[in-house]
Design a protein. Structure first.
Length: 128
């Protein structure tokens, strides 16, 4: 487990367990507490995807549909994309995935992008 993952797990325990969790809910309210948890969940998701840059299966994907989720990771938008994926080797498939993309080069419908995906779970992708 990396230091980042350890820190995120510690923050999760602090926000949701014991007296600190109770104080967080009391002083910030349930709605803000839910936003804190959503942010932590998003951060956990993307720390797990960083390994895909090294271990992911390379492929080209055509963007069939794209929508903004309203979230940001390092000031880059997180989008939900429906993709038609054609791996370098093997059979193509369609998947829907959420991933952060560069705010300078947000893909559009019809664009072909380079991705890497998790062979065990096709919805885990990173745009390369």
């Amino acid at each position: 487990m990396t230091d980042v993952e350890k820190s995120l797990n510690k923050a999760d325990k602090t926000l949701n367990k014991g007296i600190m969790g109770w104080f967080t809910k009391l002083f910030f309210g349930k709605e803000t507490h839910a936003k804190f948890n959503a942010g932590l969940d998003q951060a956990k998701k993307y720390t797990g995807l960083t390994g895909l840059y090294q271990t992911g299966v390379p492929a080209k994907a055509t963007v069939l549909k794209i929508e903004d989720t309203g979230m940001l990771v390092n000031y880059n938008p997180v989008v939900r994309m429906q993709l038609k994926v054609q791996p370098d080797y093997g059979v193509g498939f369609e998947t829907t995935a959420e991933t952060a993309v560069s705010k300078i080069a947000i893909p559009r419908v019809g664009d072909t992008i380079n991705i890497k995906y998790d062979g065990a779970n096709n919805s885990n992708i990173v745009v390369v």
